[in-house]
Design a protein around this ligand. Structure first.
Ligand code: BG6
Length: 479
């Protein structure tokens, strides 16, 4: 078993979860910076007014801001061919609406890019990953407002121009379809409908109309960014990025099958249909009508969407879900993305159901639909890790998870899917996006930092570090 020559093995992170240095280098406050710590079963909170004495994990995160050289050297030691990271918009435009970019921020990412290139690692940059400038939330409720398109384009122009010739791969919005769910309101779109008081993350005041209008603004911005990138450097390749939750009908009852089709379309395909095909899918019309959503478009938007189709398709893959029309079965544990549990699958300690074969199935489904080159840009097992007295960390559960998913990616390639890269999530431990905790770890590299605010940020190699190194060295032949 071997992967195609030149297959891009690597890892993925995001600025707001890894960097820290939240108020250094001229950086402004992002929506992640106003979220407190939390844990499984105890929601993190959104605090529009920062609270003295409250723990905000994004502030220091894994201190990559000061240790990026050490971290990239470790990635290089594992043999990474590609490294997916995100630029914090607030390092470049601290409030979001400035006319000139912040040089210190631009320089910081230039250093990261140069450090990657030094080791022959291809940078894969997410332009917006869950860190909209909070200044824009306060100014115009962020993506709810059309003004955002111009702010975003200024940001894109600054980074596309600065990193020309050094970067090839860009992604516009991380998990853009997370905004089809309530949780994406603040996280992905910077929309906060109640600015006066703190609220639990999953209890934020939700106005679906604003989220879908916000998505339209993001679609237009993404398409304009694709066009601009190609104008600035024809070698630039711009992809979309979806959270893909493979979805099955719970039973073969036609009502379950239809329910699943409807959920699957709006969750897994609506956004990528717009970004890959350049038009709104017809099925969305009925969904909007039945949910009282009216998406306002301006003249010219449809042309922009057509002209700004993405060059490749990427997605995160952690779990699958089941759908049922039987109301009595709803309301159980389920996965974070809704639906009900699959009786044939086991779940992680955070209730995410593990489904490697779902990855093969999905790769085939998506490739059949778009026939674009694909990358799996997030995948992995969030788990509690234990350090032994000698400093070793035996994470065989993580190795098992990744091994099974890689095997299924290989099957999908044999099925004919043009899969070009794989960047497992949180290749170095970082803060969890959903729960705001350190304890949920994904890394090959352990970071000595804890939810009570202790720890020295030391880096330690887990067993999976040597294992993944071997996987890359043998191009997937030895798992
Ligand atoms: C994806 C996000 O949803 O999943 C990441 O793009 C996130 O930002 C990852 O960290 C894993 O989720 P969590 O909640 O375990 O951190």
């Amino acid at each position: 078993m071997s992967f195609p020559k030149g297959f891009l093995w690597g890892g993925a992170t995001a600025a707001n979860q890894l960097e820290g240095g939240w108020n250094e280098g001229g950086k402004g406050v992002s929506v992640s910076d106003i979220c407190t710590g939390g844990k499984y079963g105890q929601s993190k909170r959104i605090t529009p007014v920062l609270e003295e004495g409250t723990f905000y994990p994004s502030r220091l995160a894994s201190d990559h801001y000061h240790r990026y050289k050490e971290d990239i050297a470790l990635f290089a030691e594992m043999g990474f061919k590609i490294y997916r990271f995100s630029i914090a918009w607030t390092r470049i435009f601290p409030n979001g609406d400035e006319s000139e970019p912040n040089e210190e921020g631009l320089k910081f990412y230039e250093n990261i890019i140069d450090e990657c290139l030094k080791y022959g690692i291809e940078p894969l940059i997410t332009i917006s990953h869950y860190e909209v400038p909070f200044g824009l939330t306060k100014k115009c409720n962020a993506w709810a407002s059309r003004e955002m398109i111009d702010y975003f384009m200024n940001y894109c122009e600054a980074i596309f121009t600065r990193y020309k010739g050094k970067v090839k791969y860009w992604l516009t919005f991380n998990e853009i379809n997370s905004a089809t769910e309530k949780m994406g309101g603040l996280l992905s779109q910077g929309i906060l409908n109640e600015l006066e008081k703190p609220t639990e993350f999953m209890k934020q005041v939700d106005i679906p109309q604003l989220r879908y209008q916000g998505l339209h603004h993001q679609f237009v911005a993404s398409a304009k960014a694709v066009k601009l990138a190609h104008e600035i450097d024809p070698a630039y390749q711009v992809g979309n990025m979806m959270i893909y939750a493979t979805s099955y009908a719970l039973t073969c009852h036609p009502d379950d099958v239809l329910k699943n089709q409807q959920w699957n379309r709006m969750m897994n395909y609506f956004c990528s249909d717009v970004q890959c095909r350049g038009v709104y899918p017809t099925y969305a019309t009925r969904f909007f009508r039945e949910n009282d959503i009216v998406v306002k478009m301006e003249p010219g938007d449809e042309e922009i969407l057509k002209e700004g189709k993405v060059d490749f398709y990427t997605f995160s893959y952690y779990m699958s879900v089941c759908q049922t029309a039987d109301q009595s079965k709803l309301g159980g544990e389920g996965n974070i993305l809704g639906g009900v549990n699959n009786p044939y699958l086991k779940a992680s300690d955070w209730g995410w159901q593990i489904d490697p074969k779902g990855l093969r199935y999905s790769l085939n489904e998506i490739y059949d639909r778009y026939e674009l080159p694909m990358m799996v840009v997030e995948n992995g097992l969030g788990a509690y890790d234990k350090i032994e007295e000698d400093g070793s960390i035996h994470d065989s559960y993580r190795i098992d998870y990744l091994k099974q998913h890689i095997e299924q990616m290989h099957e999908a390639i044999l099925d004919g899917v043009n899969l070009i890269g794989y960047t497992p999530w949180g290749c170095i431990d970082l803060v969890s996006a959903s729960t705001g905790e350190y304890a949920k770890r994904y890394g090959f590299i352990y970071v000595d930092r804890y939810d009570d605010g202790t720890g020295e940020f030391d880096r330690l190699k887990k067993d999976s570090f040597e294992w993944y190194k071997k996987v890359i060295e043998t191009n997937g032949e030895e798992l």
